[in-house]
Write a protein that binds this ligand. Sequence first.
Ligand code: COA
Length: 382
Amino acid sequence: MRDVAVVGVGITKFGELWKDSFRDIFVEASLKAIENSGVDHIDSMYIGTMSSGLFVGQEHVGAVMADYLGVAPIPATRVESACASGGAAFRSAFFEVASGHSDIVLAGGVEKMTDGADVTEALATAADQEYEVYHGITFPGLYAMIARSYMHDYKTTREQLAAVAVKNHKNGSMNPNAQFRSPITLEQVMKSTMVANPLRLLDCSPVSDGGAAVILASLDVAKKLKRPFIKIKASSQSSDTIALHSRESLTSLKCVSVAAEKVFKQAKLKPKDISFAEVHDCFTIAEVVVTEDLGFFEKGKGGEAAEKGMTAIDGKIPINTSGGLKSKGHPVGATGIAQIIECYEQLTGQSGERQVKKAKYGLAQNMGGSGASCIIHILEAV
Ligand code: COA
């Protein structure tokens, strides 16, 4: 395997993009990434999208996007791993360049969720249809069960969960592409509409449209481009039972701890070496559990860490400096790529007000469903 770099990035605004179609959004992000990197061609591309068939009635996404980006006949492949589809597309592109098969590959992600489909039902296709969805449960309900169980075991307070949302909205207020750029207070979270007890509106990531793309290249190509680039230090993936009821524990996500162990071993690093992390905060409880399962905090201490400011931009381990899924938005297929973009910007010193000082290693953790799939990358500044 040879070294692989991220040499350019492109992202659309996240939110309700009424004027833009599914393909427009992808093409906008991809053209920005190509221009930003300075490459004169791409050898192939991978596109992460979770449910374009249900959201906008479009399948065969690889061919559609290659056509509209004007790069056909290059190989173009759609990759799906629910909300981790973007991370999976990035990992596929990484292997293609690392193997020596291609020198320059685009990895993108896109979702158009606000065009009228039944979003909650479409998202629920990533859960267990026979044993969970049939009985009426959807994602806010699944994560609410994790939250209840976690709060019972670790005496975590509602305020501690709310602290995650407050911190992520503060970070998102400094991100020009974020869907919600308004800071919120603890009181606003605590008083927001109940969605699935104990999770309220402001504990949830929103429904979003958006696209993101990055260009991966061999180190030789990266050096010749003479633009800022970062290195991909390690990549890991894991899966777990699709249904919550089959898990040994509801308060820990095994897919995260298994993938974390692998990625740190591959990178020859420890959690304490990571400068900042983008994690999959689809609901506030997810950020708390994931930061523990990644090894940043002891089990049961993730909520307290958020409350004490340890995950703030100037804290011990800044988490979701982009605003996370909560404030930046969660166009599901694009999320994993947007996390890589935040890592690229932080590690090349381009994050403006959100910049983490002396950032050397960034970690991106992308998750599918209620934790049935997880993809983690560690990125390195050069
Ligand atoms: N965070 C902050 N504000 C939100 C929000 C969110 N997650 N979702 C909606 N809003 C705002 C809207 O902008 C709107 O504000 P306005 O009245 O000032 O225009 C208001 O809240 C109501 O919006 P609406 O679209 O009617 O909300 P909704 O009740 O249809 O949806 C949720 C709210 C939480 C149910 C929906 O965002 C959701 O399902 N989120 C989870 C998505 C998910 O499961 N993703 C996959 C994770 S695995």
